[in-house]
Write a protein that binds this ligand. Sequence first.
Ligand code: ADP
Ligand code: MG
Length: 307
Amino acid sequence: FFAMNTYISMTAYGDQADSVLEEAESRMKELEALWSVTEENSDIYAVNHSNGSPVTVSDETAENLSFALEMAAETNGALDPTIYPLVSAWGFTTEEHHIPSDDKIQEMLSLVGYEKIRLDENQVQLPPNMMLDLGALGKGYAGDTVIQLLKDRGILSALVDLGGNIQTIGMRPDGMPWRLGLQDPFGGENLGVLSVSDCAVVTSGNYENYFIGEDGKTYGHIIDPVTGYPVESDLASVTVIAAEGKLCDALSTSLFVMGQDRAVNFWRQRQDFEMILVTSTGEISVTEGIADQFSPADNEEVDVIYR
Ligand code: ADP
Ligand code: MG
C-alpha cells in the first residue's frame, strides 16, 4: 500500500499473519495522519499553523519529535526537523524544482533552527513562520511501531519495507538470515547483498530525489542546514544498520549531510550502529561490525573502517 509518500510492503509469517498485517497497515496510516505536513488534521499541520501558540500533540508525535530534537543535538544540527522552509524553497515539496535566489535562501535559513522548538511533555511551541517536518525520520519511527506491533502479536519472522527502509524480525522462515539487495546509487543493478536478522537497514542519498538546475548542476533533496543548499557530499549514499529504524533513518540523513570524514568520526564515537558508505567516486567502505555480513556485487573491492 501507499503511505508516508512511499510504497510500503510487509511480509509476516505465522498463524495470524493476515490479520496482524491488516492491523499494521492501519497503524501506519494512523501515524501518517498524525505527521502529514499537508493534511489539515495532522499534529504537524496544527503546530505549523499555530502562529507561535503552544499546541498539544499525541504521545507518538511528542515522542518522535523528542527523538528528532535529541538527534539534531547529537549530530550538531546536521539533522534539523525545521528544514522544511528550505525544502519547500527548492521546490521539493511541489516538484516545481528551481534554484532560489541567495536572498530567499538567507530568508529561509532564518526560519531554520531546531533549538527554537519548545517541547514540554505533549506541548509543542514553534515560533511563527517556522515549519516542522519529521520526513527524515518518520518512516523509521513508523517502522519501529509496526515491528513492535507484529512482535506483540507473536510474529517471529517478518520483513517490512517502507520505500527502501527495511526492518526485519528474526530470521527468514527457513532459518537463514534475510538477504537484502542494496541499491547502487549510480543506477547499476545492485551494490551488494547484506545478510541480517532482527534489525533495521536504511539508506539515504541524493540519487533518487533530485533535479538538474538551470546551471546544469544536480541538486538533491537533502539540505545542509548550515548553507541552505542541497548537500554537495563526497558521499553518494549512506546505509545505516542498527536495532531501531528511527535511529537508522535519522542517522542516514544526517551522516549524508556530514560527509565521509565526519561520518566516520561520528561512528567511532558511538557503539549503536554500523554503516556502509559509497563515495561519489564509487568506492565502498563498510564498518567492521557489519563487514562479514556484506558481499559486494561483482567482487567489488570494499574498504573496512576500523574503530
Ligand atoms: P527519504 O525520505 O527519501 O527516505 P531521508 O530519510 O534521507 O530520505 O529524508 C529526506 C527528507 O528529509 C527530505 O526529503 C526532506 O524532506 C527532509 N530533509 C532534507 N534535509 C534534511 C535535514 N538536513 N534534516 C532533516 N530533514 C531533512
Ligand atoms: Mg532519514
